[in-house]
Design a protein around this ligand. Structure first.
Ligand SMILES: *Cc1c(COP(=O)(O)O)cnc(C)c1O
Length: 396
């Protein structure tokens, strides 16, 4: 008889609770403890010398190569997204740079969505370009027409959907189909949807990266990246991860594993609060436009509806033009919406955003001012009254 029921027969919600847990190995405690390790002691010289043999079932051989804390987190997230393997890194940006570096060499061509997370662009423009990689940005709404941009040297298509700040949704299956036909690897930044709301591998993606810093950690106190891979690229990813000496801190792996147990429940509340705020903003005269993939007039909405299982808590609101001081009075005076980078924690956030500064293949124009809103887990009526008061300051 098995200690745990066979996870494959259970729903995702249950698997997120039971996967990667082996209480009997840890004196019965529910959560896998924080293992701190560099040296791992082996029973004898023979065992030590065979520690890297594929036949060695004991994977705990050296701190850099993982501990039960990191392995259990990898197991849970890979299963949630339907991937084969997962590796942990010290930040989301490290997940991006290691994933790209795995597949790109001098002379190669990279196609990357114009709407990717801005520091990702800097890595491509300043590091990959120096390395001799040809970096080409494409319109995120290009869909299957991306075939016209493929060269003989194209090795990677990088996607992010919805796009940073403006939330355009990509036709991911159309792009991965073209990539497969040309032997090109696809890497998706799936941070917004998380493994819960978008199943990358069911849509033909080869590599999915996450800023676990955001919803997977969910409590605004951990920096972490995760690369989840399909089987055919998993060894390559693990090898680059090893070559660059990547690892994640034990406490951070513990915190993220603990948070992953409640990810589905948290995300549904973030989603509901965000949708309620979207409705509130749409009813206000001060608002020019709301940028949220669930809105029928949003670019790529039909792809979101077809491919995604939900929407997380991050979206955009464009306010009608107002003097800058009115906007500052509004944002600076918010009681429940904090001003700060990152998102995905339990708290609401609001910052002005300027996507036009980070676009080259497309143009982004508005007459108003874009605000990036993160809907936290507060009571929705409290959030709405904070916004009501904010709009009073905006209108003064
Ligand atoms: C925040 C973010 C990252 C980077 O994550 P860090 O952990 O802050 O390095 C990558 N991609 C997206 C879409 C993000 O929002």
């Amino acid at each position: 008889m098995k200690k745990h029921p066979d996870p494959t027969h259970l729903s995702e919600k249950t698997r997120a609770i039971i996967n990667g847990r082996s209480s009997k190995d840890h004196h019965g405690v529910v959560n896998t403890p924080v293992y701190r390790a560099s040296t791992v002691l082996h029973p004898d010289v023979d065992a030590f010398e065979r520690r890297h043999d594929p036949s060695n079932k004991n994977r705990v051989v050296y701190g850099l190569l993982g501990t039960p804390t990191t392995f259990d987190l990898e197991t849970v997230v890979a299963d949630l997204e339907g991937g084969y393997d997962a590796v942990l890194l010290p930040s989301g940006l490290a997940a991006i740079s290691i994933a790209l570096t795995t597949f790109l060499r001098p002379g190669d061509h990279l196609l990357i969505a114009d709407t990717v997370y801005w520091p990702n662009r800097i890595f491509c423009d300043e590091y990959l370009t120096d390395l001799g990689v040809s970096v080409e940005y494409y319109d995120p709404l290009i869909g299957g027409d991306i075939k016209d941009l493929i060269r003989s040297t194209t090795k990677v298509i990088f996607l992010e959907s919805p796009g940073s700040l403006t939330f355009e949704v990509q036709d991911i299956p159309a792009i991965t189909a073209v990539a497969k036909a040309h032997g090109v690897i696809t890497i998706l930044d799936n941070t917004w949807a998380t493994p819960v709301f978008f199943k990358s591998f069911a849509h033909g993606v080869d590599v999915s990266i996450h800023a676990a810093t955001k919803y997977l950690c969910g409590h605004s106190d951990v920096m972490m990246g995760i690369i989840i891979s399909a089987e055919h690229v998993s060894e390559k990813i693990r090898s680059t991860h090893r070559l660059f000496g990547q690892t994640a801190a034990p406490d951070d792996a513990y915190s993220t594993l603990r948070s992953t147990r409640t990810l589905i429940t948290r995300l549904k509340s973030h989603e509901a609060n965000a949708l309620a705020l979207v409705e509130w903003f749409l009813g206000r005269n001060e608002v020019l436009q709301v940028l949220h993939p669930a809105l029928p007039n949003h670019p790529g909405h039909t792809f979101w509806k077809r491919d995604f299982l939900g929407a997380s808590g991050l979206f955009g609101v464009i306010l009608k033009p107002r003097p800058r001081q009115r906007l500052l009075d509004m944002v600076n005076g918010m009681k429940l919406f904090g001003i700060g980078a990152s998102w995905g924690g339990f708290e609401s956030l609001m910052i002005p955003a300027y996507p036009e500064r980070h676009r080259t293949a497309t143009q982004w124009k508005t007459d108003g001012q874009l605000l990036r809103i993160h809907a936290g887990l507060e009571e929705i009526d409290d959030l709405k009254s904070d916004l009501e008061n904010g709009f009073v300051r905006l209108n003064k």
